[in-house]
Design a protein around this ligand. Structure first.
Ligand code: HEC
Length: 505
């Protein structure tokens, strides 16, 4: 108990206390408490999920620096950071040039691996002038509380959709930039175009001398729309990619390999795909998903902090609304199991990253162009923090082992698996992009026209979006789906049977 001179009045004393409190809070910022959300039970570990940050607008990319900042982009154009010790957030910049529409905008970001020495933030965003759409790779320098000296490293063709993309650093310190096909699949195969590729650059934007062609940025080709990229402890590079109607992929990226799009979709299992594969130095995905899950950000987990997840790929999904833990084999090149967490719980998940202590961060995407029924949740979008916990405060969530084989799906599940991502659960579609099936003349019209459309796909001149073919579905499955869409949401057309489907193939 300190001795207080009796000459001090009570008022003077309280002033001293007040001043010392003010002084303390200036010199050392108050740590912001995080909101506890859930516990998760693994085989032996207990995890906790907390909200690191809320009220964001589609935090598209999150990345951690080696001095403990979490940087994040918001799709409309903002870059901010959170100090992971104090949890204080700071907005650094809004890039005016960003063109934000549907899946275009400020997308990927990577921080230099040695951020203390090289405080560089690399971003990928879409721009539009008149009718020209581009994706730019720009390097900013972090200084004080802003990002300055933007340097444009590369500009690649863009589109309203399929802009990709993600950025990361390889083990040898090179930039890897995953670009989308910009809706021109054929260009993914053409080495004269930089869309639909993995591009490899030196950190200053120049072309590395050991690229397949020392005059070209292209490292690998044949991609549709990549949404995630990560490098493992062994230096293996994995990407996640959206398939068309089927076959989402995770790929292991190797120098100069061809990943097949648009000639090959997913596994190399059709006769014409096998012919293409034999002639083109292709590499098959390490994993493929049908029905699609819309994989997004991917991050390697190589920490003993959560032992059950050590040596796996963490994959966030949008349509699948989940975090998938894809265990790797010893060599780190193949996926041996898949476990699903948070399914339909926090909503669409856009990105994931891991800090040096094995703490995981994921970002939600419930305010993007495709919000799901019952979302956004209060406080969306959020960045969630997942870490080891020593206590259980709430009945814990658990994981779900992914099914090895597809079970028989009923009509509603078939619609959910193959059609809902575009035409939506209420059959109303997405305005100006995906037509409504509720009240549609084609859906309610003669069965032959409808069957042919769904078997062959639809590609009308006036709509830049095309509908993929669903010929891969069995006759019975297609009949079930078509009856479902003809007899839901107020539609009242006649049934269709599997013989009719077979006759129209
Ligand atoms: C990847 C997005 C996507 C998926 C998945 C999808 N569609 Fe479509 N669908 C479209 C687009 C885009 C159009 C419009 C194409 C055009 O006009 O060129 C369309 C049009 C249609 C139409 C015509 C509607 C009208 O009134 O013009 C029908 C019928 C239809 N789709 C049924 C289905 C069914 C059944 C499924 C599931 C088996 C499905 N679609 C899955 C994107 C999709």
């Amino acid at each position: 108990m300190p001795i207080i001179p009796t000459t001090l009045t009570n008022r003077a004393l309280s002033l001293i206390i007040l001043l010392s409190v003010v002084w303390c809070s200036c010199s050392k910022p108050e740590n912001k408490d995080l909101t506890f959300l859930d516990n998760v039970k693994l085989e032996s570990s207990i995890l906790k999920v907390e909200t690191l940050q809320d009220s964001l607008e589609v935090p598209w990319d999150i990345a951690i620096t080696n001095n403990n900042f979490l940087f994040f982009t918001e799709q409309y154009g903002a870059i901010s950071y959170i100090n992971l010790e104090t949890h204080q957030q700071q907005k650094l910049l809004v890039i005016p040039e960003v063109w934000h529409q549907r899946t275009a905008g400020l997308l990927a970001m990577a921080v230099h691996p040695d951020f203390k020495q090289n405080p560089y933030v690399y971003v990928h965003y879409t721009t539009k002038t008149d009718t020209l759409i581009f994706n730019k790779l720009v390097r900013y320098t972090f200084k004080g509380d802003t990002l300055e000296s933007p340097k444009e490293l590369l500009k690649v063709k863009g589109f309203k959709a399929h802009n990709g993309g993600r950025i990361t650093f390889s083990k040898s310190g090179k930039i890897l930039w995953a670009t989308g096909d910009a809706y021109h699949g054929d260009e993914s195969q053409d080495l004269n175009f930089l869309n639909g590729k993995i591009l490899r650059l030196n950190p200053d934007g120049s072309i590395p001398a050991d690229n397949p062609n020392p005059k070209s940025y292209v490292w690998a080709r044949g991609f549709r729309n990549m949404q995630g990229i990560t490098v493992t402890n062994k230096g293996n590079v994995f990407t996640s990619e959206h398939g068309d109607a089927i076959e989402d992929e995770v790929n292991l990226i190797e120098k100069n390999r061809n990943y097949g799009w648009p000639a090959i979709e997913g596994l190399h299992n059709l006769p014409e795909e096998i012919v293409f594969a034999q002639a083109n130095n292709t590499k098959e995905p390490v994993k493929s998903w049908t029905p699609v899950i819309a994989p997004a950000g991917i991050a390697y987990y190589g920490s003993a902090s959560i032992p059950e997840w050590n040596n796996s790929l963490l994959l966030t999904t949008l349509k699948g609304q989940s975090l998938r833990v894809l265990k790797l084999n010893e060599e780190g090149k193949a996926i041996v199991s898949e476990e699903i967490f948070f399914e339909n719980y926090y909503g669409r998940l856009r990105d994931v990253c891991v800090d040096a202590n094995g703490v995981i961060y994921i970002s939600t995407s419930n305010k993007d162009w495709k919000p799901q029924v019952d979302f956004p949740l209060p406080g969306d979008d959020k960045i969630l923090k997942i870490s080891i916990s020593d206590k259980v405060l709430k009945k814990p969530l658990t994981g779900l082992k992914a099914q090895a084989t597809l079970q028989h799906l009923n009509a509603a599940q078939l619609y959910q698996s193959y059609c809902v991502s575009c035409h939506q659960a209420d059959g109303k579609g997405v305005k100006d992009v995906f037509p409504a099936l509720a009240g549609s003349a084609m859906v309610n019209g003669p069965s032959t026209g409808l069957i042919k459309a769904v078997l062959n796909g639809i590609n009308r001149k006036e709509n830049p979006q095309k509908m993929p073919s669903f010929a891969f579905l069995k006759d019975q499955e297609l009949a079930d789906i078509l009856i479902y869409i003809r007899q839901n949401w107020g539609n009242q057309a006649s049934k269709i049977n599997e013989t009719e489907i077979a006759q129209n193939r």
